[in-house]
Design a binder for this molecule. Structure first.
Ligand SMILES: *Cc1c(COP(=O)(O)O)cnc(C)c1O
Length: 410
Protein backbone atom coordinates (compact mmCIF):
# COMPACT_ATOMS: atom_id res chain seq x y z
CA UNK A 1 0.00 0.00 0.00
CA UNK A 2 1.41 3.43 -0.88
CA UNK A 3 2.39 4.97 2.46
CA UNK A 4 1.02 1.88 4.20
CA UNK A 5 -2.49 3.31 4.21
CA UNK A 6 -5.69 3.51 2.18
CA UNK A 7 -6.24 7.23 2.79
CA UNK A 8 -3.29 9.66 3.13
CA UNK A 9 -3.97 11.47 6.44
CA UNK A 10 -3.90 8.14 8.27
CA UNK A 11 -0.15 7.91 7.64
CA UNK A 12 0.56 10.63 10.32
CA UNK A 13 2.98 12.32 7.88
CA UNK A 14 2.07 15.83 8.99
CA UNK A 15 3.14 15.14 12.56
CA UNK A 16 6.29 13.23 11.54
CA UNK A 17 5.01 10.06 13.13
CA UNK A 18 3.77 6.61 12.19
CA UNK A 19 0.18 5.41 12.41
CA UNK A 20 -1.29 3.13 15.06
CA UNK A 21 -3.19 0.10 13.81
CA UNK A 22 -6.66 -0.41 15.21
CA UNK A 23 -8.09 -3.73 16.26
CA UNK A 24 -11.46 -2.72 17.64
CA UNK A 25 -13.43 0.19 19.02
CA UNK A 26 -16.13 0.69 21.62
CA UNK A 27 -17.87 3.79 22.94
CA UNK A 28 -15.39 6.67 23.18
CA UNK A 29 -12.37 4.36 22.77
CA UNK A 30 -10.17 2.89 20.05
CA UNK A 31 -8.17 -0.24 20.90
CA UNK A 32 -4.94 -0.85 18.96
CA UNK A 33 -3.24 -4.11 17.97
CA UNK A 34 -0.61 -3.62 20.72
CA UNK A 35 -3.22 -3.55 23.47
CA UNK A 36 -3.34 0.25 24.01
CA UNK A 37 -6.59 2.19 24.48
CA UNK A 38 -7.19 5.71 23.18
CA UNK A 39 -9.94 8.24 23.82
CA UNK A 40 -10.95 8.86 20.20
CA UNK A 41 -11.61 12.44 19.05
CA UNK A 42 -11.84 11.49 15.36
CA UNK A 43 -14.85 9.17 15.43
CA UNK A 44 -14.09 7.83 11.95
CA UNK A 45 -14.08 11.51 10.83
CA UNK A 46 -17.68 12.00 11.86
CA UNK A 47 -19.99 8.97 11.73
CA UNK A 48 -19.38 7.75 15.30
CA UNK A 49 -21.49 10.48 16.87
CA UNK A 50 -23.04 7.91 19.27
CA UNK A 51 -19.65 6.33 19.92
CA UNK A 52 -18.18 3.17 18.42
CA UNK A 53 -20.01 -0.16 18.17
CA UNK A 54 -23.39 1.23 19.12
CA UNK A 55 -25.47 -1.90 19.89
CA UNK A 56 -28.58 -0.69 18.04
CA UNK A 57 -26.63 0.05 14.86
CA UNK A 58 -24.78 -3.27 15.06
CA UNK A 59 -28.12 -5.04 15.42
CA UNK A 60 -29.62 -3.16 12.47
CA UNK A 61 -26.67 -4.25 10.30
CA UNK A 62 -26.90 -7.87 11.49
CA UNK A 63 -30.65 -8.03 10.93
CA UNK A 64 -30.28 -6.73 7.40
CA UNK A 65 -27.33 -9.05 6.67
CA UNK A 66 -29.63 -11.97 7.39
CA UNK A 67 -31.97 -10.69 4.67
CA UNK A 68 -29.21 -10.20 2.09
CA UNK A 69 -26.40 -7.72 1.61
CA UNK A 70 -27.13 -6.26 -1.84
CA UNK A 71 -29.88 -6.64 -4.42
CA UNK A 72 -29.09 -4.12 -7.16
CA UNK A 73 -32.78 -3.25 -7.12
CA UNK A 74 -34.96 -0.75 -5.23
CA UNK A 75 -35.90 -1.30 -1.56
CA UNK A 76 -38.36 0.29 0.85
CA UNK A 77 -35.50 1.17 3.19
CA UNK A 78 -34.02 3.57 0.63
CA UNK A 79 -37.30 5.45 0.49
CA UNK A 80 -37.49 5.69 4.25
CA UNK A 81 -33.92 6.98 4.71
CA UNK A 82 -34.70 9.53 1.98
CA UNK A 83 -37.78 10.63 3.90
CA UNK A 84 -35.83 10.91 7.17
CA UNK A 85 -33.24 13.10 5.48
CA UNK A 86 -35.83 15.26 3.75
CA UNK A 87 -37.67 15.82 7.04
CA UNK A 88 -34.44 17.04 8.65
CA UNK A 89 -33.30 19.06 5.61
CA UNK A 90 -36.31 20.43 3.75
CA UNK A 91 -34.09 21.86 0.98
CA UNK A 92 -33.66 18.26 -0.19
CA UNK A 93 -36.84 17.74 -2.20
CA UNK A 94 -35.29 14.85 -4.11
CA UNK A 95 -32.30 12.72 -3.19
CA UNK A 96 -29.94 10.14 -4.67
CA UNK A 97 -27.89 7.77 -2.56
CA UNK A 98 -24.26 7.11 -3.54
CA UNK A 99 -21.31 5.38 -1.86
CA UNK A 100 -19.05 8.18 -0.64
CA UNK A 101 -18.88 11.91 -0.07
CA UNK A 102 -16.59 12.22 -3.09
CA UNK A 103 -19.23 10.66 -5.31
CA UNK A 104 -21.84 13.02 -3.87
CA UNK A 105 -19.89 16.23 -4.61
CA UNK A 106 -18.70 14.94 -7.99
CA UNK A 107 -22.30 14.26 -8.97
CA UNK A 108 -23.43 17.69 -7.70
CA UNK A 109 -20.84 19.35 -9.95
CA UNK A 110 -21.87 17.34 -13.02
CA UNK A 111 -25.53 17.99 -12.33
CA UNK A 112 -24.95 21.73 -11.83
CA UNK A 113 -23.03 21.89 -15.11
CA UNK A 114 -25.67 19.88 -16.94
CA UNK A 115 -28.50 21.95 -15.49
CA UNK A 116 -26.96 25.37 -16.19
CA UNK A 117 -25.13 24.49 -19.41
CA UNK A 118 -22.10 26.30 -17.93
CA UNK A 119 -18.67 25.07 -16.82
CA UNK A 120 -17.10 27.36 -14.22
CA UNK A 121 -17.03 26.50 -10.54
CA UNK A 122 -16.11 28.72 -7.59
CA UNK A 123 -14.79 26.94 -4.51
CA UNK A 124 -13.01 28.25 -1.41
CA UNK A 125 -9.39 27.77 -0.43
CA UNK A 126 -9.03 25.13 2.25
CA UNK A 127 -12.44 23.56 1.61
CA UNK A 128 -12.16 19.87 0.80
CA UNK A 129 -14.89 18.23 -1.24
CA UNK A 130 -13.44 14.76 -1.71
CA UNK A 131 -10.85 13.88 -4.34
CA UNK A 132 -12.95 15.06 -7.29
CA UNK A 133 -10.79 16.30 -10.22
CA UNK A 134 -12.63 19.62 -10.52
CA UNK A 135 -12.52 20.22 -6.78
CA UNK A 136 -8.97 19.21 -5.89
CA UNK A 137 -7.83 22.79 -6.32
CA UNK A 138 -6.49 24.41 -3.15
CA UNK A 139 -8.32 21.76 -1.15
CA UNK A 140 -7.54 21.51 2.56
CA UNK A 141 -7.29 18.33 4.61
CA UNK A 142 -4.77 15.74 3.39
CA UNK A 143 -3.84 17.89 0.41
CA UNK A 144 -2.69 20.69 2.71
CA UNK A 145 -1.12 18.24 5.07
CA UNK A 146 1.12 17.05 2.27
CA UNK A 147 1.69 20.50 0.84
CA UNK A 148 0.38 19.71 -2.63
CA UNK A 149 -1.25 22.86 -4.00
CA UNK A 150 -2.87 20.74 -6.72
CA UNK A 151 -2.51 17.10 -7.63
CA UNK A 152 -0.71 15.86 -10.74
CA UNK A 153 -3.11 13.87 -12.90
CA UNK A 154 -5.72 16.60 -13.13
CA UNK A 155 -5.80 18.05 -16.66
CA UNK A 156 -5.13 21.79 -16.80
CA UNK A 157 -8.09 22.12 -19.15
CA UNK A 158 -10.34 20.95 -16.34
CA UNK A 159 -8.62 22.76 -13.45
CA UNK A 160 -8.95 26.03 -15.38
CA UNK A 161 -12.70 25.93 -14.85
CA UNK A 162 -12.34 25.96 -11.05
CA UNK A 163 -11.51 29.19 -9.28
CA UNK A 164 -10.56 29.05 -5.62
CA UNK A 165 -11.32 32.11 -3.49
CA UNK A 166 -10.34 32.82 0.16
CA UNK A 167 -12.94 31.59 2.68
CA UNK A 168 -15.06 34.18 4.51
CA UNK A 169 -13.91 36.93 2.10
CA UNK A 170 -16.95 38.68 0.56
CA UNK A 171 -14.87 41.12 -1.50
CA UNK A 172 -12.64 38.47 -3.06
CA UNK A 173 -15.71 36.39 -3.90
CA UNK A 174 -17.64 39.32 -5.39
CA UNK A 175 -14.72 40.29 -7.59
CA UNK A 176 -14.34 36.79 -9.05
CA UNK A 177 -18.10 36.38 -9.29
CA UNK A 178 -18.56 39.57 -11.32
CA UNK A 179 -15.86 38.52 -13.78
CA UNK A 180 -17.34 35.07 -14.57
CA UNK A 181 -20.99 35.14 -13.53
CA UNK A 182 -22.24 34.43 -17.08
CA UNK A 183 -20.20 31.20 -17.17
CA UNK A 184 -20.71 30.20 -13.55
CA UNK A 185 -22.32 26.76 -13.07
CA UNK A 186 -21.95 26.49 -9.31
CA UNK A 187 -20.50 27.74 -6.08
CA UNK A 188 -19.57 24.91 -3.72
CA UNK A 189 -18.69 25.43 -0.07
CA UNK A 190 -18.40 23.77 3.30
CA UNK A 191 -20.70 26.21 5.18
CA UNK A 192 -18.85 25.16 8.31
CA UNK A 193 -15.37 24.15 7.18
CA UNK A 194 -13.93 20.99 8.69
CA UNK A 195 -10.98 20.33 6.43
CA UNK A 196 -8.73 23.30 7.27
CA UNK A 197 -9.25 22.62 10.90
CA UNK A 198 -12.69 23.73 12.03
CA UNK A 199 -13.80 27.17 10.81
CA UNK A 200 -17.45 28.28 10.74
CA UNK A 201 -18.48 30.41 7.77
CA UNK A 202 -19.56 33.98 8.53
CA UNK A 203 -23.30 34.41 8.14
CA UNK A 204 -22.97 37.53 5.94
CA UNK A 205 -20.54 35.71 3.71
CA UNK A 206 -22.80 32.66 3.24
CA UNK A 207 -25.81 34.92 2.63
CA UNK A 208 -23.86 36.76 -0.06
CA UNK A 209 -23.22 33.45 -1.84
CA UNK A 210 -26.95 32.69 -1.71
CA UNK A 211 -27.98 36.06 -3.09
CA UNK A 212 -25.35 36.19 -5.86
CA UNK A 213 -25.83 32.64 -7.14
CA UNK A 214 -29.57 33.24 -7.27
CA UNK A 215 -28.94 36.42 -9.29
CA UNK A 216 -26.73 34.66 -11.83
CA UNK A 217 -28.79 31.47 -12.15
CA UNK A 218 -25.90 29.43 -10.74
CA UNK A 219 -26.32 26.48 -8.38
CA UNK A 220 -25.35 26.94 -4.72
CA UNK A 221 -24.00 23.65 -3.37
CA UNK A 222 -23.54 23.15 0.36
CA UNK A 223 -21.10 20.35 1.02
CA UNK A 224 -22.48 19.00 4.28
CA UNK A 225 -20.72 15.64 4.04
CA UNK A 226 -19.11 16.40 7.39
CA UNK A 227 -21.65 18.76 8.98
CA UNK A 228 -24.87 16.95 8.00
CA UNK A 229 -26.36 15.42 11.19
CA UNK A 230 -23.06 16.39 12.94
CA UNK A 231 -23.64 20.03 13.88
CA UNK A 232 -27.43 19.67 14.13
CA UNK A 233 -30.15 17.47 12.65
CA UNK A 234 -30.64 19.88 9.77
CA UNK A 235 -26.93 20.55 9.27
CA UNK A 236 -25.30 23.95 8.83
CA UNK A 237 -28.11 25.09 6.53
CA UNK A 238 -30.53 24.84 9.46
CA UNK A 239 -28.22 26.72 11.85
CA UNK A 240 -27.66 29.57 9.37
CA UNK A 241 -31.19 29.55 7.95
CA UNK A 242 -29.85 29.45 4.38
CA UNK A 243 -31.36 27.19 1.71
CA UNK A 244 -28.85 25.82 -0.81
CA UNK A 245 -29.93 24.46 -4.21
CA UNK A 246 -28.04 21.19 -3.75
CA UNK A 247 -26.56 19.49 -0.68
CA UNK A 248 -23.91 16.77 -0.52
CA UNK A 249 -24.04 14.34 2.39
CA UNK A 250 -21.95 11.40 3.65
CA UNK A 251 -20.22 10.32 6.86
CA UNK A 252 -22.96 10.37 9.58
CA UNK A 253 -25.79 9.29 7.24
CA UNK A 254 -23.99 5.96 6.67
CA UNK A 255 -23.73 5.10 10.36
CA UNK A 256 -20.10 4.03 9.78
CA UNK A 257 -20.68 2.21 6.49
CA UNK A 258 -19.68 3.63 3.10
CA UNK A 259 -22.44 6.03 2.06
CA UNK A 260 -22.98 9.38 0.42
CA UNK A 261 -26.03 11.18 -0.90
CA UNK A 262 -26.89 14.33 -2.73
CA UNK A 263 -30.14 16.13 -3.20
CA UNK A 264 -31.95 19.43 -3.44
CA UNK A 265 -34.43 21.29 -5.58
CA UNK A 266 -36.65 18.93 -7.56
CA UNK A 267 -36.27 21.11 -10.64
CA UNK A 268 -32.52 20.48 -10.63
CA UNK A 269 -32.62 16.85 -9.46
CA UNK A 270 -35.03 16.04 -12.30
CA UNK A 271 -32.10 16.57 -14.67
CA UNK A 272 -30.64 13.30 -13.37
CA UNK A 273 -31.01 10.03 -15.29
CA UNK A 274 -33.36 8.28 -15.75
CA UNK A 275 -35.64 11.32 -15.44
CA UNK A 276 -33.22 13.66 -17.21
CA UNK A 277 -30.08 13.65 -19.35
CA UNK A 278 -27.31 13.93 -16.70
CA UNK A 279 -25.91 10.44 -16.15
CA UNK A 280 -25.12 9.11 -12.68
CA UNK A 281 -25.31 5.49 -11.45
CA UNK A 282 -23.97 3.02 -8.87
CA UNK A 283 -23.95 -0.77 -8.54
CA UNK A 284 -24.02 -0.61 -4.75
CA UNK A 285 -25.84 2.73 -4.37
CA UNK A 286 -28.51 2.54 -1.67
CA UNK A 287 -26.85 -0.61 -0.38
CA UNK A 288 -29.18 -2.29 2.16
CA UNK A 289 -26.53 -2.74 4.88
CA UNK A 290 -25.39 0.88 4.65
CA UNK A 291 -28.95 2.17 4.54
CA UNK A 292 -29.89 0.04 7.57
CA UNK A 293 -26.98 1.47 9.58
CA UNK A 294 -27.69 5.04 8.46
CA UNK A 295 -31.41 4.82 9.12
CA UNK A 296 -30.84 3.45 12.59
CA UNK A 297 -28.35 6.19 13.45
CA UNK A 298 -30.52 9.02 12.09
CA UNK A 299 -33.55 7.69 14.00
CA UNK A 300 -31.50 7.64 17.22
CA UNK A 301 -30.29 11.19 16.60
CA UNK A 302 -33.86 12.39 16.07
CA UNK A 303 -34.88 10.68 19.31
CA UNK A 304 -32.13 12.08 21.55
CA UNK A 305 -31.13 15.29 19.70
CA UNK A 306 -27.68 15.32 21.38
CA UNK A 307 -26.24 18.44 19.73
CA UNK A 308 -26.48 20.93 22.61
CA UNK A 309 -24.96 18.43 25.00
CA UNK A 310 -22.14 17.56 22.56
CA UNK A 311 -21.36 21.23 22.08
CA UNK A 312 -21.34 21.92 25.83
CA UNK A 313 -19.00 18.97 26.41
CA UNK A 314 -16.61 20.00 23.64
CA UNK A 315 -16.56 23.52 25.09
CA UNK A 316 -15.86 22.14 28.58
CA UNK A 317 -12.91 20.10 27.27
CA UNK A 318 -11.39 22.91 25.24
CA UNK A 319 -11.90 25.62 27.88
CA UNK A 320 -9.97 23.47 30.34
CA UNK A 321 -7.20 22.73 27.85
CA UNK A 322 -6.94 26.44 27.04
CA UNK A 323 -6.54 27.21 30.76
CA UNK A 324 -3.54 24.89 30.90
CA UNK A 325 -2.03 26.45 27.78
CA UNK A 326 -2.56 29.91 29.25
CA UNK A 327 -0.52 28.95 32.32
CA UNK A 328 2.33 27.98 30.01
CA UNK A 329 1.88 31.07 27.82
CA UNK A 330 1.14 28.88 24.80
CA UNK A 331 -1.19 30.56 22.28
CA UNK A 332 -4.43 28.57 21.94
CA UNK A 333 -7.86 29.27 20.46
CA UNK A 334 -10.87 27.04 19.90
CA UNK A 335 -14.47 26.82 18.74
CA UNK A 336 -17.22 24.18 18.59
CA UNK A 337 -20.65 23.61 17.05
CA UNK A 338 -22.73 20.53 17.89
CA UNK A 339 -20.46 17.48 17.73
CA UNK A 340 -17.60 19.19 15.86
CA UNK A 341 -14.78 21.28 17.27
CA UNK A 342 -11.43 22.81 16.41
CA UNK A 343 -8.40 24.19 18.23
CA UNK A 344 -5.39 26.08 16.96
CA UNK A 345 -2.09 27.12 18.44
CA UNK A 346 -2.64 30.79 17.74
CA UNK A 347 -4.03 33.63 19.89
CA UNK A 348 -6.81 34.64 17.55
CA UNK A 349 -9.23 32.03 16.19
CA UNK A 350 -8.57 31.63 12.41
CA UNK A 351 -10.99 32.88 9.81
CA UNK A 352 -9.52 31.23 6.70
CA UNK A 353 -6.88 28.88 5.37
CA UNK A 354 -3.97 31.35 5.58
CA UNK A 355 -4.72 31.97 9.27
CA UNK A 356 -4.60 28.22 9.89
CA UNK A 357 -1.33 27.85 7.99
CA UNK A 358 0.14 30.58 10.20
CA UNK A 359 -0.76 28.72 13.43
CA UNK A 360 2.11 26.91 15.15
CA UNK A 361 3.11 23.53 13.67
CA UNK A 362 5.63 22.99 16.43
CA UNK A 363 3.13 23.30 19.28
CA UNK A 364 0.59 21.21 17.36
CA UNK A 365 3.01 18.38 16.70
CA UNK A 366 4.19 18.09 20.29
CA UNK A 367 0.63 18.36 21.63
CA UNK A 368 -0.54 15.63 19.25
CA UNK A 369 2.35 13.27 20.08
CA UNK A 370 2.18 13.81 23.85
CA UNK A 371 -1.56 13.23 23.83
CA UNK A 372 -1.24 10.06 21.74
CA UNK A 373 1.37 8.73 24.19
CA UNK A 374 -1.14 9.37 26.98
CA UNK A 375 -3.92 7.52 25.14
CA UNK A 376 -5.67 10.54 23.64
CA UNK A 377 -6.24 10.36 19.90
CA UNK A 378 -6.72 13.75 18.21
CA UNK A 379 -6.61 14.14 14.42
CA UNK A 380 -2.99 13.96 13.22
CA UNK A 381 -3.00 17.33 11.44
CA UNK A 382 -3.87 20.92 12.31
CA UNK A 383 -5.89 20.94 9.08
CA UNK A 384 -8.48 18.50 10.47
CA UNK A 385 -11.47 19.02 12.75
CA UNK A 386 -12.21 17.27 16.05
CA UNK A 387 -15.24 15.12 16.79
CA UNK A 388 -16.96 14.28 20.05
CA UNK A 389 -19.59 11.62 20.74
CA UNK A 390 -22.34 11.01 23.27
CA UNK A 391 -20.01 8.40 24.82
CA UNK A 392 -17.45 11.08 25.76
CA UNK A 393 -18.78 11.48 29.29
CA UNK A 394 -17.69 14.19 31.74
CA UNK A 395 -15.69 11.50 33.52
CA UNK A 396 -13.75 10.62 30.37
CA UNK A 397 -13.24 14.30 29.51
CA UNK A 398 -11.92 14.98 33.04
CA UNK A 399 -9.43 12.15 32.58
CA UNK A 400 -8.29 13.73 29.32
CA UNK A 401 -7.95 17.15 30.99
CA UNK A 402 -5.92 15.66 33.83
CA UNK A 403 -3.59 13.98 31.37
CA UNK A 404 -3.07 17.29 29.57
CA UNK A 405 -2.20 18.83 32.97
CA UNK A 406 0.38 16.10 33.50
CA UNK A 407 1.85 16.60 30.00
CA UNK A 408 2.29 20.34 30.53
CA UNK A 409 3.23 20.10 34.22
CA UNK A 410 0.57 22.63 35.17
C1 LIG B 1 -15.09 13.66 3.99
C2 LIG B 1 -15.54 14.75 3.11
C3 LIG B 1 -15.77 14.54 1.74
C4 LIG B 1 -15.42 13.26 1.04
O1 LIG B 1 -16.14 12.18 1.52
P1 LIG B 1 -15.55 10.69 1.27
O2 LIG B 1 -16.61 9.81 1.80
O3 LIG B 1 -14.25 10.64 2.02
O4 LIG B 1 -15.33 10.56 -0.19
C5 LIG B 1 -16.33 15.57 1.01
N1 LIG B 1 -16.61 16.75 1.58
C6 LIG B 1 -16.39 16.98 2.88
C7 LIG B 1 -16.77 18.31 3.47
C8 LIG B 1 -15.84 16.01 3.69
O5 LIG B 1 -15.58 16.28 4.97
Amino acid sequence: MPGGVNSPVRAFGNVNSTPIFIKSASGAYLHDVDGNDYVDFIGSWGPMILGHSNPKIIKAIKDQANLGTSYGAPTEAETSIGELIRAAMPSIEKIRMVNSGTEATMSCIRLARGYTGRNKIIKFTGCYHGHVDSLLIKAGSGVSTFGLPDSPGIPEELARHTISVPYNDINAFSEVFESIKGELAAVIIEPIAGNMGFIPGDKDFLETLRIKTHESGSVLIFDEVMTGFRVSLGGAQELYGITPDLTALGKVIGGGLPVGAFGGKAEIMNFLAPEGPVYQAGTLSGNPLAVAAGKCLINELIKINPYDELEANASYLLTNIKNEMFKKEIPFSFNQIGGMFGFFFTDEFPNNFDDVSASSDKYFESFFKDCLNQGIYFAPSKYEAGFISTKHTKKILDEVINKVKVIYGT
